[in-house]
Design a protein around this ligand. Structure first.
Ligand SMILES: [Zn+2]
Length: 308
């Protein structure tokens, strides 16, 4: 099957006005090459961006800020198009705006004046890591100032909406072509829990944590398949412990509508030095394991697609 061009409706801002052409692309969409056998498999890497926008104006040490990144996750999954899958990656960092949150999950105490849009905060915002982060993982405040309504709206219009737009368009395109979707939300996690974590500080995490929001975002069959594939690679796997998945899998995963979505957290100790953020000696080996696992996921997506 030939990959089809994606629809190209213009992006709009929160007022419905067309956005100015961006001086910088904030989202990358990597599609299968021409003549590839396309499978209804979509990956997204929302937290691996390393481009820090010029208007961020944070007060904390940039090296600490980078600890919030899922550094290298976009590269770890860069084989996706060669499997016939699509990969969506954020270019901006989650510390600037976190696309894995609802727009209403916003800490209005960080904003100067009245926030005009709906507010409905989750425990993430109360911990300082809502839509716009207030604190880093070690509780360092990110800003020494309040943010203006305009600058928060600018982050939403410039980064958040284009990311979700790319994700939704890619998903709808695959569903239109194949009648179903398998989605993998790609993340990495620190080696152990930090002070902001809800698990005891110093808890060491498994190699891989799969999140399906307690079995609600994909079928048990799919979770079992992925867990078994990682275990065959010699990796330890935990399920929903402690990471269940947040907003992206919640919105993308509707198994009753043939849309399966799973969050995968990879322990950073497997592929990088958390202090320097450099790739470690195990990087290529971990990436090869990940590719073998995802070949099975691609086969599942292709097989599942034939049921319809
Ligand atoms: Zn992440």
């Amino acid at each position: 099957m030939q990959p089809e061009a994606q629809p190209t409706a213009p992006l709009t801002d929160s007022e419905g006005e067309p956005l100015e052409p961006l001086s910088r692309n904030v989202v990358e969409v990597r599609r299968p090459p021409p003549r590839a056998a396309v499978v209804p498999l979509l990956f997204d890497s929302p937290h691996s961006g390393t481009w820090y926008p010029e208007d961020f104006d944070h007060a904390c040490d940039p090296a600490l800020l980078r600890k919030a990144e899922d550094t290298h996750v976009d590269d770890l999954y860069d084989f996706a198009p060669s499997l016939g899958a699509t990969l969506v990656c954020a270019v901006f960092p989650r510390s600037y705006i976190d696309v894995n949150r609802r727009l209403a999950d916003i800490d209005i105490t960080m904003i100067e004046g009245a926030w005009p849009d709906p507010v409905d905060v989750s425990p993430k915002t109360r911990s300082g890591i809502g839509l716009i982060w207030r604190l880093l993982d070690d509780r360092t405040p990110i800003y020494a100032r309040k943010l203006t309504v305009d600058e928060v709206r600018h982050r939403i219009d410039r980064c958040y909406r284009p990311y979700w737009d790319a994700l939704h368009r890619s998903a709808e395109h695959l569903v239109a072509q194949h009648g179903r979707l398998v989605h993998i939300n790609c993340h990495s996690m620190p080696e152990e829990a930090g002070p902001l974590s809800w698990v005891p500080r110093g808890t060491r995490f498994a190699d891989i944590v799969l999140g399906d929001r307690d079995g609600t975002t994909c079928t048990p069959e799919f979770t079992a398949l992925v867990a078994e594939a990682f275990r065959k690679e010699g990796l330890s796997v935990a399920i929903n412990d402690p990471y269940k998945g947040v907003e992206i899998v919640k919105q993308m995963g509707r198994p009753a509508e043939q849309r399966e979505s799973m969050q995968i957290e990879i322990n950073r100790r497997l592929y990088m030095d958390e202090a320097t953020r450099e790739r470690n000696a195990n990087y290529a080996s971990l990436k090869a394991s990940l590719r073998r696992v995802m070949e099975q996921v691609a086969a599942y997506a292709a097989q599942a697609a034939r049921r319809f």
